[in-house]
Design a protein around this ligand. Sequence first.
Ligand code: A3P
Length: 345
Amino acid sequence: MLFKQQALLRQKLLVLGSLAIGSLLYLVARVGSLDRLQPLCPIDGRFGPHSQDEIPLQALQFKRGLLHEFRKGNATKEQIRLHNLVQQLPKAIIIGVRKGGTRALLEMLNLHPAVVKASQEIHFFDNDENYAKGIEWYRKKMPFSYPHQITIEKSPAYFITEEVPERIYKMNSSIKLLIIVREPTTRAISDYTQVLEGKERKNKTYYKFEKLAIDPNTCEVNTKYKAVRTSIYTKHLERWLKYFPIEQFHIVDGDRLITEPLPELQLVEKFLNLPPRISQYNLYFNATRGFYCLRFNIVFNKCLAGSKGRIHPEVDISVITKLRKFFHPFNQKFYQITGRTFNWP
Ligand code: A3P
């Protein structure tokens, strides 16, 4: 009898506990989505003419609110007008380097309440057809934002495309330019891995990295191979420097962004004259993914797509050594020009 009563009590406690946890979870989710669902308060109450130092913390939450709804097509034209939302040309562009960690950098910067990202790579300046459509076409590709926010886009092809520096200069000669780099040989292998995966998806065969990176006739590094050329950072940067002073560039360490993202992001905040808002809270290491993922708030978090962080094929060590030796003088020049030194071999 006593045993039966105890079992009943345990069952009751279990039900009550589940109810309490359920209600708590509901409340948490509700609070997270409140500013997405409730009627919006007048813009001046929440976003007065703040100086950049005064960007309210809850803006992060708010940004996920209306802007998020707008992107999903749920915000009305009236809300957009009320909140003075605009499509602004970018104040900063992540111009490259392909496979340097450009997506991670953009997504992580987007954690900042004053930053709004252009989700897609727009390829305005490197694609003649797009460029011919004019600057208004480009602006219309930008996300809606509040006037105090800055828009950032990334198109890694900009870094290596001949015409781009002049075209960007014509749009805005004082724009801020972000370049994220990785150890050049690793970057080249990552570049190769992406192409290889594309071929495999189409059931096509592809050459081994070693065959592409080394000229079989001379046994020297094949500088015609795009993945090698892209990693000669200094060559590309020198073209940009014909239009922009070095102070307008900020170099991000893509290898460190993988292992220790916060200090790299803090350097970017400084470069963009943004108040420091991205914190350790916004970044958590996901052991399954093997990478840092993003936490916007108690409800919203996300990791980058599976296409980011691929397993690289094994490459012959003699080829790696040859490539590293080849890149070495270019790297030295790159350190000298940018004033940022890396421990690349
Ligand atoms: P790998 O796939 O070679 O590992 P990009 O966005 O410019 O294409 O760069 C892709 C690279 O971003 C990936 O290269 C990965 O290493 C790197 N990366 C940096 N931070 C990351 C993160 N938090 N999640 C996933 N990938 C990240």
